[in-house]
Design a protein around this ligand. Sequence first.
Ligand SMILES: Nc1ncnc2c1ncn2[C@@H]1O[C@H](COP(=O)(O)OP(=O)(O)O)[C@@H](O)[C@H]1O
Ligand SMILES: [Mg+2]
Length: 279
Amino acid sequence: MTESVSLTVRDVHLSFGANTVLRGADLDVARGGTACVIGPSGSGKSTLLRTINRLIEPDSGDVLLDGRSVLRDDPDALRQRVGMVFQQFNLFPHMTVLRNITLALRKLKKLSEEEAVQVARTQLDLVGLAAKADSRPAHLSGGQQQRVAIARALALQPQVMLFDEATSALDPELVKGVLGVMADLSAGGMTMVVVTHEMGFARSVADTVAFMDQGMVLEAGERPRSSRPPNIPGCAASSPRCSDPAVRSCRRSGGRSARAWRPAPGRTPAPGSPTPGWP
Ligand SMILES: Nc1ncnc2c1ncn2[C@@H]1O[C@H](COP(=O)(O)OP(=O)(O)O)[C@@H](O)[C@H]1O
Ligand SMILES: [Mg+2]
């Protein structure tokens, strides 16, 4: 893995026309750290991630890797440094799994076919899918397809990985394998921002949990402090009637003691394969 970097989002504002979506969002992720971002639907979580790799340009504010602004960098080069995995896997259906991964390596990294295939096979092995290299995405489960999407992003050797509800489209029995790959990546020292409703993952893997509402990070801290949505007057997520799944599961986990938030001792996943039995 390439050397990881710290990530800072500083006072980012963004509007779509009259719709102000980010209102001074801040986020700090230490080098090799994992931040989970939770919050109600429409609070700007996906938009925040998209500003980090400049799929959307912020109106103001800054995004820094290792303290250096990325806003003047070439966006294509930046997206090699900051990989992203979406809820929908976005694999090319007419290409084999292997080709889905080698394509970007050939086009962006300018690797030879032989080199690209070697890198792709290594990444597929890391997500436990070496045997599926020649399959088409349609012949894989949703969980396997998402693991291919992760392998594709990792093949470019990013320094930061962004996950936008990467398991939300999956059947429950397939979630585990994808979260296992993400947990392994986190344990391996990748700097990550994970938008998720999986509070078990947030509890065990994240160094910080950021709670977002109405375009702002209302509270970000170590796991115990952010175990439940902050009680903000007028904040929809603070209302007991709020039905957002992230907020509901966040609230459900709210009574845990700080002790319960510590990762299980010895939770060091075996390198290579997805952690069995996760979470
Ligand atoms: N490309 C876009 N154009 C216009 N409005 C958008 C766009 N993307 C997101 N929005 C709006 O931004 C707000 C926040 O959306 P989003 O970041 O997807 O929230 P979340 O991921 O927390 O559910 C919503 O009101 C949404 O309609
Ligand atoms: Mg979203």
